[in-house]
Write a protein that binds this ligand. Sequence first.
Ligand code: SF4
Length: 347
Amino acid sequence: MTTTPLQSIRNFTRQALEQWFTDQGLPAFRGRQVYEWLWKKHARSFSEMTNLPLELRSRLEAAFTLNHLSIDLQQKSSDGTVKVRFKLYDGNLVEGVLIPTEQRLTACISSQVGCNLGCKFCATGFMKNKRNLEPYEIYDQVAAIHAICMEDFGKPLSNIVYMGMGEPLLNYANVLTSTELITSPDGMGMSAKRITVSTAGIAKMIRKLGDDGVRFNLALSLHAPDDAKRSSLMPINDSNDLKTLVAALNYFYEKTKGRITFEYILFDGINETEEDARNLVKLCQQVPGARVNIIEYNAIREADYSKSKEEQRERFIQYLEAQRVVAKVRRSRGKDIDAACGQLANK
Ligand code: SF4
């Protein structure tokens, strides 16, 4: 006799849960109660749902699985950055990072277990993607990092960046559902403007974000201002070149008026000359409101890149500023625990 695998209750929308209860001849409000336990009260088992009759809890137990992320390892850097390794229901591991600064508490979260895009400077790119994360697996990273914020800093998480392991736009539907859960009053009720989804550049999906009218911000991991250099760092550029990406970003902007940021890691001897800065300014001029985040690189064992020297970085930034490009420098955080940008690899 074959048994049907149980459904994961955390893949149900509120409406679908209400419908399930109605189909069982039970009142729909029970669906709303369960939904609240799942997303607001972070219940980890049906037995915690104490306002449901015992018999109903057993019925739910028999019909559904209730999966959640658990914290496998938590490390704190000397600069206050916290790296969290999460264990998924199937034993896979992903990482999230809490980056505290004076103004904000930012969670950097993962969307896939590994990544197939193979950017040459990124530790995750050396691990093949094993699978996409479910919406609840993305949501749970945010909820867990928010709890750490409350415990360690006494204030809530303020910002979220989808910049951990994986390419978010290759897990499109689940990433969008996770942002809906994070922003919904039934979930964490955060503003979409505090969320940034970062992509290595999948033009077709950037356009789809525009068509879907998303309200969050978008970042493009640019890292080089011309196709030859970018393709040498990021193979995805071969099929999504800069011209195509700029057109897609303009489309996204037209449809959503969302903020667009170019992420730019300065590599020693690769993308740091005045000509590079000039080409970067030209790109910014082609994308409305585009700003630049300059990110300090952290060397990884798997690759032979190193960060630009300080004087070179200063010169580069001064050139951008002189051309009235808004450029912020993101200092490297959490290096000592491999939590910095490009270092996430379940170590
Ligand atoms: S930088 Fe992002 S897209 Fe590139 S390999 Fe790493 S995780 Fe994947």
